[in-house]
Design a protein around this ligand. Sequence first.
Ligand code: ADP
Length: 566
Amino acid sequence: MSKIDPVFEWPESQRGIVLSEPSELNEGLMQDLPLTIPTLLEHAATNHPETEVLARLLDGSIFRYNYAEFANRARQAANALTRLGVGYGDVVGTLAWNHHWHMECFYAIPGLGAVCHTVNPRLFAEQIVYIINHARDKILLVDQDFVELVESIVSEIPGVEQFVILGERGCIPEPGKLGEVLYYEELIAAEPPTIDWPQFDERTASGLCYTSGTTGNPKGVLYSHRSTVLHSMAIAQPDNLSLSAHDCVMPVAPLYHAQSWGLPYGACMVGAKFILPGRHLDGPHLLQLIRDEGVTTGCGVPTIWTMVLEHAEKEDLDLGRLQRLLIGGTALPTSMRDRFRAKGVSAVQIWGMTETSPMGTISRTNRKAAELAQDAQDKQLLKQGRLPYGVEMKIVLADGSRAPHDGTTAGDIWVKGPWIANGYLHGEGGEMLDAEGFFPTGDVGHIDACGFMKITDRSKDVIKSGGEWISSIDVEDIVTRHPAVSMAAVIAVYHKKWDERPLLLVTLKEGASLDKADMLSYLQDKIVKWWMPDDVLVIAEMPMTATGKIRKLTLREQYWNHLAKD
Ligand code: ADP
């Protein structure tokens, strides 16, 4: 076959056809190095060896080391795991907070071609049993805090051959029920800090994270080395989280929740200082790290940041060098955006899910949005955001057609890209992609002419009143701006005439009071009449999911017939 002329135009009939006789020029003359997780570790160790990594330990004290020492210990851990028989394709579970032990596992396990399965300790015990068995975890690395939990389920997870406690021998009383346990510190101390990382394809599985399973059993999302490295590159970009070597990053989203939104890998890629806040996720502890360590950026769900804000406001403290926070998991409340802004911090909304690694969209301006007047721009940035390179999105209407990008026509959101799942572990849920290769997110929303997507609801939370949709997210946002309200949930309840009507449930701030009439008059000029909740209930506590979101399913089950009683 002759060489290809660089301006050669493929004939229509050959477009998309794989050539059967590759020539030298088909291949490209670039080195073919796989995008694997150990390359991130080795990059940080070589190029940012003295940059600090910190963890708050279980007793509240701070453990401090740097990327060179971190990499040494991760390699020691990989050697120790190899000695325990872990190899390509094995699954190693972790049940742990955000600390240096866990972070080392994030590199040691996938570095061997094995899968790091981050088990969410906040799930119900029966769900934890289910996912450990479903994932076929061979070894379980357990935080000292979760030993009791594991002891309570040990008879139901017979596939786990070995339990390793994250700490030193003697850090907890010997756990009698787990057989001969090993201790991480003792294990790695016996190993050299060097390793020849095994070579494997970048498409090899690296991490496993189960969705919290608000309906049905949790499903396993299996990340690959390639998807992880590409996602890290993407989050680091200036229009996304804008991560750099000058940053100090504190992931508050748990390492077991969509891998802490990719920050453990993104931080090594850029050589940012890294802070692991441990189990102390209250306002005072987090704020202390932010101020003392010079945190510039962090990530987490709004509930966490509310605690930080409340503490800072109560004590009249500044937020140190904090510049921006990646906030997602649920919609960013306007009030939170404003409160952070008052302290000089920009709250950047991200939308995504475990299945999208998790970055799907991010709410930063593009040229068009930057030209808007301040008010309009503020409103724009409260949308879930625009697409980074690497994510394609379509909004599909009931008749299967695509919605126009008009900022109002809402439909089902589907996504496609190299860090988006193509299905679930062991085929659960069946074939997920449509004929065009898009994944169904289960969210409902629209896209505007500026390219910004806005979620109006999760498909299972949608309120359909007389055939029209009411956006629970919009109403909740307005309600949480009321000074007495701490949290708000608007849910669909049964109505004999309209099928469904919105019911508003709120929890109140300490010492505050509120009744239905107050709330309805507050909402009067803020939402259209038919969106007005049919009733307002003040409840003592919101049921929360294992990932820090309001468990609307529980509320719906409890209140479904609330209006039917009238
Ligand atoms: P789980 O389903 O276990 O709660 P995920 O993190 O995978 O865990 O949840 C993803 C869902 O969270 C999305 O499908 C969406 O409904 C919701 N979500 C995430 N980010 C946002 C956001 N910025 N605004 C509104 N909803 C969001």
